[in-house]
Design a protein. Structure first.
Length: 61
């Protein structure tokens, strides 16, 4: 059975890629992922800023 992880970022979660994608805001997602520097440990999404993912992990350069 797969372990279910939940986000504990509270109100900040509304600006995260997973929420924006679920709302169909793909233009905003495209803007926030044009030059990724971090990925989300929970879902693997890559973003320009740690502010836009739940559990940021720095990408290797």
């Amino acid at each position: 059975m797969a372990e279910h992880t939940t986000c504990s970022c509270g109100e900040k979660h509304q600006g995260h890629l997973c929420v924006l994608k679920s709302k169909g805001l793909m233009d905003e997602v495209k803007h926030l992922t044009s030059s990724p520097t971090v990925s989300c440990f929970m879902c693997g999404a890559e973003a320009n800023s740690a502010d836009n993912v739940c559990e940021p992990v720095q990408l290797d350069k």
